[in-house]
Design a protein around this ligand. Structure first.
Ligand SMILES: Cc1cc2nc3c(=O)[nH]c(=O)nc-3n(C[C@H](O)[C@H](O)[C@H](O)COP(=O)(O)OP(=O)(O)OC[C@H]3O[C@@H](n4cnc5c(N)ncnc54)[C@H](O)[C@@H]3O)c2cc1C
Length: 392
């Protein structure tokens, strides 16, 4: 078994490193935004995505007929890990969720309209599945879509639509048939984010970043902008969620936080004694570093399953659960080891580790919820890997 990268993979990593070095700027790369660093929410970050597009790195795994490279998913994984290691925006919703679903089930019209724009980073998407009573159980969504002429009229509400305040298009699930079992009455739509029937309300998160509530008031969507077949939306959403669980939660930022903690332990003293000589602290940091290796390998296992053509649902859940819970353990250890000063906010001069402990602590909690909570991932593992009965 060979755990080393091949020569081609190393060459690709060097190329990405050089590119990141050339484009290094705090407006584009900011690790202190934690996992929210992945969104292209400012003009500078969107310009950076366009540069990535010009390198041909947005469609690595897309088929050549749609402008992609028919390349291996492993390169996409390597790229996202590199991008997240420096807090740069990542290839995400557009290329992964929207693009891959359109390639699989979209009409020729939608493919023609959206795929080239996704590949050239000209369009940003927000994803609207969650509602006040439909989070973990996304199939319970109630946003109402009623047939009207050659389209649909949507009324209702979404919550936690993270990119709604800067995205161009909204990828939305809505109930088109209320009279069948909940999983079979949902359809997927694409809606312009500036539709006058949409109202966007900011929802601040405990990590200091923004997500949104979105209200729909008679939003008309033409049939052409329904994705795939009517009432099959939940099937498409479920497949795309497995991709999301993996791509949204990279391991590099967690490795970076462990490095930050190690650097602190190497130099700090408490009661006149160096922390690095404290056996309990050494044990804790070593254990976290070992767990990072486990998380990294779970990630590689997911990519391997995806590349070999199977649907890696269990692997996606195992990775997401382990990596985000590990991130919590790292944040807790950092708080404990850095002491009371660790509670000082990011940017406070006197704060140990420049206040990163506080931002990691508040933000990593969110990562255990978004993209499906830890309990939901455990349910998936119990059912799909262990064959235990379904509990929901
Ligand atoms: C910062 C942030 C950004 C987000 N961005 C988006 C986005 O862009 N688009 C989008 O559509 N959604 C988004 N979400 C929503 C996210 O997917 C949901 O928050 C998540 O699915 C949980 O749903 P909920 O908040 O309604 O909690 P609930 O589903 O109400 O869960 C509450 C608690 O009950 C537990 N629970 C629920 N069901 C079970 C079960 N069957 N067995 C055991 N325990 C269970 C959960 O684990 C949780 O602890 C985002 C969330 C956050 C926090």
């Amino acid at each position: 078994m060979n755990f080393e990268f091949s020569e081609e993979e190393c060459q690709f990593l060097r190329e990405v490193d050089d590119f990141l070095e050339e484009n290094r700027h705090i407006d584009v790369m900011d690790v202190t935004r934690e996992n929210m660093a992945q969104v292209a929410d400012t003009p500078e970050r969107r310009a950076f995505m366009k540069k990535l597009a010009r390198k041909g790195w947005l469609g690595i795994t897309w088929p050549k007929e749609y402008g992609g490279q028919d390349g291996e998913g492993f390169y996409e994984f390597l790229l996202n890990e590199k991008l997240s290691s420096v807090g740069a925006p990542q290839i995400g919703k557009g290329v992964g969720i929207v693009g891959k679903t359109l390639i699989n089930v979209g009409s020729e019209k939608l493919k023609k309209e959206f795929l080239p724009k996704i590949l050239s980073a000209e369009v940003e998407f927000a994803v609207g599945y969650s509602e006040p009573n439909a989070g973990s159980d996304a199939a319970a969504m109630r946003l109402k879509a009623e047939r009207k002429g050659d389209g649909w009229v949507l009324n209702g509400q979404k919550i936690f639509t993270t990119s709604a305040h800067f995205a161009d298009w909204y990828w939305v699930g809505a109930r088109t048939n209320p009279d069948v079992k909940k999983h079979f009455g949902i359809s997927l739509f694409l809606i312009r984010m500036d539709d006058p029937g949409l109202t966007i309300h900011p929802m601040p998160t405990m990590g200091g970043e923004r997500t949104n509530g979105v209200f729909f008031d008679n939003v008309f969507v033409h049939d052409d902008y329904m994705v795939g077949e009517e009432n099959k939306g939940f099937q498409y959403i479920a497949e795309a969620l497995d991709i999301e669980r993996f791509t949204l939660f990279t391991i590099s930022p967690i490795l970076g936080r462990v490095r930050l903690l190690c650097d602190y332990v190497k130099t700090a003293t408490r009661d006149g004694k160096p922390l690095k000589d404290d056996a309990v602290i050494r044990q804790r940091v070593a254990q976290l570093a070992t767990q990072c290796e486990v998380a990294r390998l779970l990630g590689v296992k997911f990519v391997d399953a995806a590349v070999s053509g199977s649907t890696p649902t269990y692997e996606a859940s195992a990775y997401k659960l382990y990596a985000t819970e590990l991130s919590l353990r790292v944040a807790n250890a950092t708080m404990d080891i850095m002491g009371p000063g660790a509670q000082l906010a990011l940017g406070t001069e006197e704060a140990p580790g420049n206040g990163r402990a506080e931002s990691c602590y508040t933000y990593t909690v969110i990562d255990t919820i978004g993209g499906g909570s830890s309990e939901v991932q455990r349910n998936i593992i119990s059912k799909r890997k262990l064959g235990l009965p379904k509990n929901f």
